[in-house]
Write a protein that binds this ligand. Structure first.
Ligand SMILES: [Zn+2]
Length: 297
């Protein structure tokens, strides 16, 4: 199975061009422009392709060099929606072209970071965009600041046999379950974060924590790091009621049936505890599908 959506490099970032003003000016003239709103939306056609524009037709706004596809330069420009066909990746990602999704995810990650970092964390002075949108520079003391990525772990917990542990968040609909997840804390390894989050959320011990794949998720700045972990000890669940509405061990057959319902192949049976899992675009679903196919766990 290929990696999860958004995990493969689909364009060349060409970082050495970010400080080359003459090259950037020339490249802009022939650029394809991805428009991104402050709320992470982009114009999308009825076929779910992102509607890129020629530079001459692009609105004024912060301009960032995303990279190259072959010889073709792609830029992102921040602009507000002028029509109602603007959508976020959450809305069209499941049907998106892979190159489109990769360009949009980079543009959204940059836009979200720039919005939140207008002030220097060292001295509080204003910062300005530099390096074609990939850094910010302090106007008072010239310190350079780089985009943040916040690591989050997401894990498929299994019992080494036929069952996986899935949970339902407090705001989710009845019957909707997913893998557990949480942010890595300062001074913590990824493996320790997996074990801690599982313990905090459901009171279960794990061992054999294994890395599977990652997915950028810039809402606003997460990098989802996907793992499997095996039950160690007592499978009885003790729920953290703030983080989780419910959690349970489900068999492969139950999870497979919920996968079919989620993909719309049949209607879910009312009254069944597990009726839906995350859609195919998510790394959570990728981990679940890998476990269903026996490739992990
Ligand atoms: Zn400063």
């Amino acid at each position: 199975m290929a990696g999860p959506p958004l995990s493969e490099a689909r364009f060349e970032r060409a970082a050495h061009r970010r400080s080359d003003q003459a090259w950037l000016a020339e490249a802009w003239e022939r650029a394809q422009v991805v428009l991104i709103s402050s709320r992470s939306a982009t114009p999308v056609g009825p076929d779910n392709r992102v509607l890129v524009r020629a530079a001459a037709d692009a609105p004024d706004g912060p301009r960032r060099f995303l990279g190259l596809v072959g010889d073709e330069p792609y830029f992102a420009v921040t602009a507000e929606p002028d029509r109602d066909d603007w959508k976020t990746l959450r809305e069209f990602g499941a049907h998106a072209d892979e190159l489109d999704a990769a360009l949009v995810v980079a543009a959204v990650a940059l836009e979200q970071w720039h919005q939140r970092h207008g002030r220097c964390p060292r001295c509080g002075a204003e910062t300005r965009e530099a390096q074609a949108g990939w850094t910010r520079s302090c106007v008072a003391e010239g310190s350079e600041h780089f985009p943040r990525t916040d690591p989050a772990v997401i894990m498929l917990v299994h019992d080494g046999s036929e069952r996986a542990l899935l949970g339902r968040g407090p705001d989710w609909g009845e019957g909707r379950f997913s893998t557990l997840a949480g942010f890595v804390e300062p001074g913590e390894s990824l493996e320790a974060a997996v074990a801690r989050e599982v313990w905090e959320e459901v009171g279960v011990g794990v061992r054999d924590v294994r890395y599977v794949a990652s997915q950028p998720w810039p809402f606003p700045s997460s990098l989802m790091l996907g793992f499997t972990a095996r039950l160690d000890g007592d499978p009885d669940i003790t729920l953290d009621p703030v983080e989780m509405a419910e959690a349970a061990w489900f068999t492969r057959d139950e999870v497979r049936r919920a996968a079919d319902w989620t993909d719309g192949e049949q209607l879910a049976v009312e009254g069944t505890r597990l009726r839906a899992i995350p859609p195919r675009f998510s790394i959570s679903r990728y981990l679940i599908d890998q476990w269903l196919s026996g490739e992990v766990g």
